[in-house]
Structure formats: structure tokens, C-alpha cells
Design a protein around this ligand. Structure first.
Ligand SMILES: Cc1cc2nc3c(=O)[nH]c(=O)nc-3n(C[C@H](O)[C@H](O)[C@H](O)COP(=O)(O)O)c2cc1C
Length: 365
């Protein structure tokens, strides 16, 4: 059904005068049933409140973030993007020790997306702090350090080193990593392991703690609940979907690491479903990621209950997109007469009287 855009205002119906004061003819039956009625009063875009509270004092100026691994450490984009206009930056995945990453090739295009197997190439947490934290401290935009590891100890140690560092606004835990202690099983696919690593990091730092969900699971809800119960301040969803591509000649998989992570518009429906389910399972805020290309995608993620979104793969095609989305979101709210974007959140969720959705489970083959 088309959205109802025009609401008659009481002021207009009560005062049948044109703007210049001339009396206008009131038709039989009055003005109330005559369309189209007056549009809602516009709000100036810069008067729309886009701020979002992710907990533990982390209040972002707006709900458009850039996703880990797609915006470097932010400094690389300083010449082309007004980084201070972003809601937050999630920096590249950071580990305890430097990592050289996976063998090449590491990326390939796919229909409506890409596969990557970068393998968390990074200089290690100490070098990240030394090289970038002082720069981040001079920025208005909060920087969240994306943390990865192969054991609970790794995560805890990285979090401990980031704790209290000026310029570090929070941590986003990337738990889609093989847990060496558990035979290479990913933390993100097991509620017990996800809860355990979250609780351990929670004890190690007072920084705002976001935990990133993997879509590569049968049911996201017990995992989301375990992470929330373990003390995370917010969830982010989703990381990439596991996939492979075949090399030319078809004698082996294409990526040096065989497996890669699928991202881009192709994953958006999966991300929408995961966010929709996670939002109904926990009481902490959920930040959506997956295939955001335009304002309509942002509005879709807000409608299924996300409080904010991250832009990832689309940045490779257009690094200016995230800042433009901030303006477009404010403009959209202003046009609709909304003083805050918050009324856009959760409009597509089941009404309170309905049972929590189990549709995602029903639809699985
Ligand atoms: C090249 C590349 C590198 C990435 N590196 C990381 C990373 O280090 N840590 C992480 O949590 N997610 C990483 N991601 C996943 C993204 O942050 C995001 O969750 C995913 O790409 C889905 O969003 P998108 O479809 O908008 O790209 C990476 C994605 C890409 C494409």
C-alpha cells in the first residue's frame, strides 16, 4: 500500500484563508475530506536530530558509520572525505601481533558483490595505537577499533592495550575468527564461545563494546542473547557470508585462501533478516551492515529495527557515499516533518501484540 504522505493539519482546516489573507471559498462539506491535504511542515535538514546512543557514553553524531576493512584507519581518506561528518569509523581489523594476511589472490568480483580473503593483514595493536590514535584524538568522529584474535587471551590483551587510549572511542569485536583453542571453530558460530569472549573482554575494558555477528549460523538469536547477556553494549550485523569462487580453467578455487567473505548488495536480504531476528532477541542496540548502496537501504535497515548502519563494500566504488547518506537521511526526515530520525526505527517489526517472528527459521530449507 502506498505510504500516506499528506495529513490535513488542524490549523489549515480551521482557518480558510489563503496565505495572503484573502478569503477562500469553503466547499460544501468543509475542507476536511478534500484532498490533497497540506504536507507536514518541513523541518530544516540541519535541525533534524540524527544522534544515536550506543550505550556506555558512546553517542554518535549520526547513524551512518563506515565498516571495518573498507575504510582503512580513516587517515587514508582524509583528502577525499570529510571524515568528521561520519557517525563513526570502524577501523581495519586489529590483532595482538602483526599479520601479513592470506596468500593472493585475495579479492574477486561476484554478481552484485565481492569475495575477499584479506586475512586480517594489519601491523598489530601497538603499532595501530602508535601510528593512528594521536590523529584520531584530533578528530570529532569517534573511531571504534575492530579487534580480532585466535583465542580469548588475544582478544583480552588487545582490549586491555586499547583501554584508556585517547582517540579510541570503543571496540568492535570481530568474532568471526577461528578459535585455535577450540580446534578452529569460529567464536561467532557458538553461543557459548561468543558469550565467553564477550564477557572476558567486558572485564578487561570499560570502553563501549560492540560485538559483530556472523551470518554463517543456523539461528542468530541464541548467539545474540549470549553476547548481550555477557555485557556487550551493542551488536553489529553482519560480517561477510562464507563463499568460494572457481579459478579460470576450473582446476582449483580462485582465492589463495580458497574461502572468502561475500559482501555487497548481494548480502543485503540476509543482513536484513539477521538484524530483524537479532533486534527481537535482545534489548541492546543493533547496528546493521550489509550491502548499503543508497538511502533506501538505510531506511530498510532502520525499518527492521537497526539504530544505525555501516557502509562497507560500496565505499570502494564511491568513498563519498557515507557522508552523502548523512545529508540524504537528514533531508528525508526534514521532508517528512520529523525532528528526529528515530521514528524510522522498527516500523517493519511485528507489532507488540504479535508473537516474536519465527519466519526466518520457517523459511530455512
Ligand atoms: C575487503 C574487506 C575487508 C574486511 N575486513 C573486515 C575486518 O577486518 N573486520 C571485520 O569485522 N569485518 C571486515 N569486513 C566486513 C565488513 O566490515 C562488512 O561487515 C561486510 O563487508 C558487509 O558489509 P558490506 O556489504 O556493506 O560490505 C571486510 C569486508 C571487506 C569487503
Amino acid at each position: 500500500m502506498a505510504e500516506q504522505k499528506y495529513q490535513p493539519t488542524a490549523r489549515r482546516a480551521a482557518s480558510p484563508r489563503s496565505a495572503r489573507g484573502a478569503t477562500i471559498t469553503v466547499p460544501a462539506g468543509g475542507l476536511a475530506d478534500r484532498g490533497p491535504a497540506a504536507p507536514p511542515d518541513r523541518i530544516a535538514a540541519d535541525a533534524v536530530d540524527l544522534s544515536v546512543d550506543l550505550g556506555r557514553g558512546l553517542v554518535l553524531p549520526n547513524p551512518i558509520l563506515v565498516a571495518s576493512g573498507t575504510f582503512g584507519y580513516g587517515v587514508e581518506y582524509g583528502d577525499v572525505v570529510e571524515v568528521d561528518r561520519l557517525g563513526a569509523i570502524c577501523c581495519k581489523g586489529t590483532t595482538l601481533k602483526a599479520r601479513i594476511g592470506n596468500p593472493t589472490p585475495r579479492v574477486t568480483e561476484t554478481p552484485a558483490g565481492m569475495l575477499n580473503s584479506i586475512g586480517l593483514q594489519n601491523p598489530g595493536v601497538d603499532a595501530v595505537i602508535e601510528k593512528y590514535a594521536a590523529i584520531w584524538q584530533t578528530w570529532k568522529v569517534p573511531v571504534l577499533v575492530n579487534v580480532a584474535g585466535e583465542s580469548v587471551h588475544d582478544y583480552v590483551e588487545v582490549a586491555r592495550r586499547l583501554d584508556g587510549v585517547p582517540g579510541v572511542a570503543g571496540i568492535e569485536l570481530n568474532i568471526s575468527c577461528p578459535n585455535v583453542g577450540a580446534g578452529g571453530l569460529q567464536f561467532a558460530i557458538d553461543a557459548g564461545a561468543a558469550g565467553e569472549v564477550t564477557a572476558a573482554v567486558r572485564r578487561a575494558t570499560d570502553l563501549p563494546l560492540l560485538v559483530k555477528l556472523s551470518p554463517n549460523v543456523a539461528d542468530i538469536r541464541p548467539i545474540a542473547r549470549a553476547i548481550a547477556d555477557a555485557g556487550a553494549d551493542a551488536l553489529t550485523a553482519i560480517n561477510t557470508l562464507s563463499g568460494i569462487a572457481v579459478a579460470p580453467g576450473r582446476r582449483r578455487p580462485l582465492l589463495g585462501n580458497v574461502y572468502g567473505g561475500l559482501s555487497g548488495p548481494a548480502v543485503k536480504p540476509v543482513a536484513l533478516r539477521v538484524v530483524y531476528e537479532a533486534v527481537q532477541a535482545v534489548r541492546i542496540p543493533v547496528v546493521a551492515i550489509g550491502g548499503v548502496m543508497e538511502l533506501a537501504d538505510v531506511l530498510d535497515f532502520l525499518a527492521v529495527g537497526a539504530v544505525a548502519v555501516q557502509v562497507g563494500t560500496a565505499i570502494f566504488a564511491d568513498p563519498t557515499l557515507p557522508v552523502r547518506l548523512v545529508d540524504e537521511l537528514a533531508g528525508e526526515c526534514g521532508r517528512r516533518g520529523m525532528t528526529s530520525y528515530r521514528d524510522l526505527i522498527g516500523t517493519a517489526l511485528p507489532k507488540k501484540s504479535e508473537r516474536p517472528s519465527s519466519k526466518g527459521v520457517e523459511y530455512r530449507p
